[in-house]
Design a protein around this ligand. Sequence first.
Ligand code: OGA
Ligand code: CA
Ligand code: FE2
Length: 508
Amino acid sequence: MTDDQETSDSEDTAASGSATLPPHLRPQSERLQCHKSSVCSRSYFVVVMVFFHVYIINVIALLFYVHYISGQDDASPSRDAPSSDHRHQQPQQQQQQQRTESRRPPSKAEFLRDVSLTRIEGIRVGHVQTVSLVPGKVHEMRTLSLKPLLFEIPGFLSDDECRVVMQLAQLKGLMESQLMVQDGQEELDKELNLSPEEIFNLLDINQDGQLQLREILTHSRVRDGIWLTPENLREIYAGLKADKDGNGLLSLEEFRLLSNDAFQRFLLQRGVKRSQLVRNSRHTWLYQGRGAHQVLQDIKTRVTRLTRLPSTLVDLSEPLQVVRYEEGGHYHAHHDSGPVYPETACTHTRLAANTSTPFETSCRYITVLFYLNSVEGGGETAFPVADNRTYDEVSLIQNDVDLLDTRRNCDKSNLRVKPTKGTAVFWYNYLSDGRGWVGEQDEYALHGGCVVTHGTKWVANKWINIDPDYQRQARYQRLVSRQPEEEEDDEGLALNSDLQSSDIHQDL
Ligand code: OGA
Ligand code: CA
Ligand code: FE2
């Protein structure tokens, strides 16, 4: 092959003009002629080769330059902007003027200079580090798992603080965390007017032409918030005579014979108990900004110190959620935060998003979970796949063992945290993107509340909201901090963050 090429190359060159070839490479007949011509001299050849190389280097340099320039222009609307982009950096005195000008989006490097996302190192499971959260006291922070990155801090809240938070929540009133029936679903079904084949195709996640139990179970949980067990489903199949060949799978033919809302009607007839929902608890939200109870403000400050994140991010996050589980209460395994898709917008930055996206999810970079009381029986927080070496989504729901089911299978979870009054646990729901910003959702952050077997369980959640799209986060932060700048009144920020929070939680 190489030999062939060499031969044909030299032939080409000879045909188009032999001046660029060294004499020893030329055909014998030509070599003889060349001796007479100065054009064939060695120095002439060297000069030509030098020009040729300079030309090639110039072309390569030009290509690199064009690539670099277009890369930078593309990078500004993307969250993958190179972190070494310093083109837009401005001296401090120009910043004020620039803010009132074009309001161009900051580069990632520029944004990260102000808002750096520290990630606490876990080192190894069982590692203990001391942290200074309140003056004159040190707390111990123990690493519980690396996947997800999860820590436990005993005594994070004092007994008094736990009591105040529970009392404030009671004073405000708690509401059911999950409503029994989801409205609007039927209308949506009618509006879309999908054929049985189309619905079958949507449900058949692994596209094997059969509906496995887990495909139906997952769908029912997401769509109706009803937590069916494999046995429940077999019961429904039997009641509706759906699985004619009794192999536990639904073929397209079997599926076609079912009417559109057969499952829903069957469930409604039989009645759904609260214990059959994804979540069985009550909750409320407590605002933590200016004017809030001192205990709530202190907790926020402590969370900021614990997570080592900029206080603006914590200030602009959701209020404190206080949850109460009665005996028999539970919360099946779930993610606090949604996955990152380009078409998904975060609830907290929705107002600042340029486009209206059809999908919206909570973007909770960190969850800090506080235990407000010690539970008499059950109620552990379970992490079914924490530090699992062989985690694979399909294995979460096996035929009869559903690791997501915290009423039945908490004992099979890789990690369980016992609720102890005053203890805080916290974990990252997202990985890092490796460049100081939020990366992909951490699938290992799956967790749930095991069933409370004795007594009541009180917890509180502090979620720290960060948009994985740093541009949207930046735009949102500029939007909520605009008012104080213009009015020169720093109360505007608190006012705005309150406005934003109540917008997220209309139930506040
Ligand atoms: C939650 C949650 C766990 C627990 O409220 O999102 O996961 O142990 N709670 O209550
Ligand atoms: Ca299938
Ligand atoms: Fe949760």
